[in-house]
Design a protein around this ligand. Structure first.
Ligand code: B1M
Length: 215
């Protein structure tokens, strides 16, 4: 019986040395990779966020949990990615985390899910200024651009990035989708004028497929 709670505990407490063995054992015993991520790793990160907010832990502990999750994801990634390599290309997505924000775990999960669904995805990293999003989308022939934002201080950068697309030659041609814990659907679509909002990595695939179908 796979010890899924031990995976959650390892991420939550930042026990990086234990995570590879635990995740591998769970996979060997037939655990669903998506379930490991969604029901245990992401839940652990929610606990970490709550402990940070309550000032029970600080940035170094949060960092250890992040590294532990990333190490665990490295074990799962090839399994999920394999399904995408056999599919026809559905479209091109350029994705990055907005200016001032260095969080990358959620964005990287979105990349993984999109790739596994047949998208070509170009991950342009974190702390990306609005004009770089536009330049990269143009250069790489993006159908859709994804913005990730985890910090509420990033709201003006989300808005500025959406506006940069509207004021560019790509307006109406490239769709912009926002996600990340700091961004609500109302803020993304009504306030900023984005084409869509996605709550998680699975939703991102659905929203982007719908948008590509409309264009
Ligand atoms: Co940060 N941090 N952090 N942090 N951190 C949060 C976001 C916070 C909510 C914690 C808290 O207080 N509860 C808080 C923000 C508060 C706010 O703005 N309201 C916060 C803070 C304050 C900070 C610092 C300012 C702390 C400090 O220095 N005093 C600092 C900022 C640094 C910076 O970016 N400039 C900071 C730093 C860090 C670490 C470096 C230590 C680390 C990040 C490491 C890394 O990413 N490599 C970290 C972490 C780990 C977190 C928490 C605990 C976890 C984030 C995470 O990875 N979640 C986080 C608390 C929380 O979110 N509950 C927190 C797991 C991930 C799978 O979920 O990223 O939400 P998520 O992604 C989801 C969806 O949101 C969606 O799909 C993903 C998969 O389901 N999604 C998209 C994400 N992007 C998308 C893009 C799309 C579509 C969907 O495009 C189409």
């Amino acid at each position: 019986m796979a010890d899924m709670e031990a995976i959650k505990e390892a991420v939550s407490k930042g026990k990086r040395k234990e995570i590879v063995g635990l995740v591998q054992a769970a996979l060997d015993q037939g655990a669903d990779p998506q379930k490991i991520i969604n029901d245990y790793m992401i839940e652990a990160m929610k606990e970490v966020g709550a402990r940070f907010e309550a000032k029970k832990i600080f940035v170094p502990e949060m960092m250890m949990s992040a590294r532990t999750m990333q190490t665990g994801l490295d074990v799962i990634r090839p399994i999920i990615a394999e399904s995408g390599s056999q599919q026809e290309k559905v479209g091109t997505v350029v994705i990055g985390t907005v200016f001032g924000d260095l969080h990358d775990i959620g964005k990287n999960l979105v990349v993984l899910m999109l790739e596994s669904s047949g998208f070509e995805v170009i991950n342009i990293g974190e702390n990306v200024p609005p004009e770089t999003f536009v330049e990269k989308a143009r250069e790489l022939g993006a159908d859709v651009v994804g913005l990730s934002s985890l910090l509420t201080t990033g709201d003006p950068h989300v808005k500025a990035t959406v506006e940069a697309f509207k004021n560019s030659d790509l307006a109406g041609k490239v769709k912009v989708v926002c996600g990340g814990a700091a961004v609500t659907p109302k803020f993304a679509v009504e306030t900023c004028g984005a084409d869509g909002h996605a709550t998680d990595a699975v939703d991102a695939v659905k929203v982007i497929i719908n948008l590509i179908g409309q264009s």
